[in-house]
Design a protein around this ligand. Sequence first.
Ligand code: AQP
Length: 328
Amino acid sequence: MKRVLSGLQPSGQLHLGNYAGAIKQFVDLQHDHEMFVFVASYHALTTIKDPAELRANIRQVVIDYLAFGLDADLPHVNIYLQQDVPAVTELTWLLSCVCPKSQMDKATTYKDKVAKGISASVGLFTYPILQAADILGVAPDIVPVGEDQRQHVEITRDLAQRFNHAYASEDDPVFKVPDVMVRADAGVLPGLDGEKMSKSYGNIIDPFLPEKKLRKTIMKIVSDSTPMEEPKDPEADTTFKIFRAIAGAEDQRTTDLAAQYRAGNFGYGHAKQALFELLLDHFGDARERREKLMQDPGYVEQVLRSGAEQANEVLSKVLEKARTAVGL
Ligand code: AQP
């Protein structure tokens, strides 16, 4: 079985962008891959400064992973918290020492986040090195992420190669160089304002909202002012892009919706109603599962304990090899 590693930050409520870019891939891959899926709690410290909020977000991400369909009862599916696997921070230091500063200067997410008003801490600046440690410590074959994270996984691959080149022989590398996997039809999902949907930008759609609130949120998606009667370009509209990412580009419902845009006599309000109905249908089971999981904290703790045990076992071996290689 190939090994898969990925994670999300508990920096706020998970949203359709996280689902379409990342979580849907986890759920699809879990049947025939060994899964390591974690909650990037250290990463979230770059944006969340309220301890109670962080604590609550961490538990919520685990519940939402399970609600979206990750099955922790499968013996090869491991869900864990970054803070329960301390080897990650030690690996981060070892990798920091082979990472040229110029590589961090080029990371676009740092610039995007600072431009959005997030404080420019050293943690935010070196965020991709911590991410590299998360990944390389588990020695995965595949890292499924959304398009916006592709650059970070490329940085990880580069750091692995630099470290191996400096400290290991070609036939016995310390780090496995993983492949990045990005869903071809997901792209970067836009949020309510047409910018990248992001937990910390206040522009998300949370598929777990109560029905009324969900509908109200969808109605806030910004559209242009083309009158109802006129034909419209689906490719230029946020509602259509979100619909396509959830239903799938090849799905008949997506093709039909595109045809309605082009035919005219179809307003953006109609498209938003179609999206609302799609979400209720697509996430019906997930919404029910979430309700039940919210009442079962004991199960969530048990999932995390067993996930951390597996992750610690794998990471401690990789860390030991890296320590020995550098001369510690
Ligand atoms: N809008 C998006 N479209 C497609 N994929 C997305 N992802 C996030 N937003 C979109 C993917 O979801 C995973 C989440 O990664 P993360 O939580 O570590 O950080 P992120 O990419 O920075 O996610 P957010 O929601 O934008 O959080 P904040 O606001 O805290 O930075 C990744 O696989 C990402 O590609």
